[in-house]
Design a protein around this ligand. Structure first.
Ligand code: 5GP
Ligand code: MN
Length: 336
């Protein structure tokens, strides 16, 4: 394991650096990655953000976005960067299986692997770890890594601040989730002072729906919402045909599960979607209910207690039935 002093020493000279994050990157994955990228390029490092997959349009405006390499669309070039890298920053994930097709190349690389993350149960693949499950976002940790650990707050410029603010905003559900501490608000204020235009970022992230997305959301809420009051659980399920009918794009399904959770008695909400090659589940819960336990035990996934995900190779209906069949085991926790 490297300590922070060794990392700081490594970064004294220009390095070849890859920054990567989890498959289907969300706002925190992109915000923390591009925040770190905009910091590193100021010091003359040759940094490259490589994402395992594409990501939502509402995230494609951040400074540095045009330099991002999508692994599945540019595999050969990305593999060259990974093979030549001296350092690989792994942001917003802590198990290499989360980078899907990139896993083999990153595993094979001799670069120092530096994890900055806030998920539970990190796997042992890293050479340096800046990890705290109490952080509301990886972007918060990147801020602390730069400002506190590396003592380089002066290099948090408008570009860095814009990206990190976006990460904190999205992962804290607009400063609403329990990990939004006073310190998070202080960091957000620092980022605004450094040039992040908070109202504009909000607009770019949250007021950028396509008409299709809104109609798709309407369909989900009117026709696809199933509330199981006996278990204080709500399910929204979506077929591949519906994704096609509404021309749903990457990111359009994000956040729909939260509408199901917003029903006052609902403690567990599931969004279950039939993708091309698998069925994907997004679970959200309130309070102590361990959504990640269900994902880990039954759906080859994981995540946080209140926000977790998983997958299955079974047909959509079978996955829905399997999910329902688990609920009696959790009835006590659900009806508290
Ligand atoms: P989402 O529902 O937005 O896809 O994911 C919610 C949370 O669960 C995120 O923090 C994400 O990192 C985690 N998560 C989603 N899918 C998986 C998965 O397949 N495996 C693991 N370990 N975590 C996941
Ligand atoms: Mn995150």
């Amino acid at each position: 394991m490297l300590d922070i002093a060794s990392v700081a020493r490594l970064l004294e000279q220009p390095r070849k650096i890859v920054i990567t994050t989890h498959h289907k990157p969300d706002g925190d994955a992109m915000g923390s990655s591009l925040g770190l990228y905009n910091y590193l390029i100021q010091q003359g490092h040759h940094a490259k953000v490589i994402t395992p997959s594409d990501y939502a349009d509402f995230l494609n405006w951040m400074p540095g976005n045009e330099e991002v390499l999508i692994y599945t669309e540019n595999t050969q070039l990305a593999d060259t960067f990974i093979a030549e890298a001296e350092m690989i920053f792994c942001l917003d994930f802590n198990a290499l299986s989360r980078i899907n097709a990139m896993e083999a190349s990153v595993r094979a690389s001799s670069a120092a692997k530096l994890m900055i993350d806030h998920h539970l149960e990190p796997e042992d693949f890293d050479d340096f770890r800046y990890w705290d499950i109490n952080a509301c976002a990886t972007a918060q940790l990147v801020y602390m890594f730069i400002a506190d650990a590396l003592n380089n707050k002066a290099l948090i410029n408008k570009d860095v601040a814009t990206c990190l603010y976006t990460g904190i905003l999205t992962d804290s559900a607009s400063f609403k989730l329990p990990k939004t501490t006073a310190e998070v608000h202080i960091i957000a204020a620092e980022l605004i002072n450094a040039g992040a235009v908070n109202w504009r970022i909000n607009e770019l992230v949250y007021n950028s729906s396509s008409e299709n997305r809104l109609r798709f959301l309407g369909n989900c809420l009117v026709n696809k919402l199933e509330v199981l009051n006996e278990y204080n659980t709500a399910i929204v399920s979506v077929t591949k045909a519906e994704l096609e009918q509404y021309e749903v794009e990457t990111g359009d399904t994000e956040g729909i599960v939260n509408y199901a959770l917003s029903i006052s008695n609902v403690r567990l909400a599931a969004f279950i979607v039939e993708r091309t090659d698998e069925v994907k589940l997004s679970l959200r819960s309130k309070g102590e209910f361990p959504a990640n336990e269900i994902c880990k035990k039954y759906f080859a996934g994981g995540g946080h207690r209140n926000a977790a995900g998983g997958r299955s190779d079974e047909p959509l209906q079978a996955v829905i039935e399997k999910f329902k069949s688990i609920l009696p085991d959790y009835k006590k926790l659900l009806i508290q």
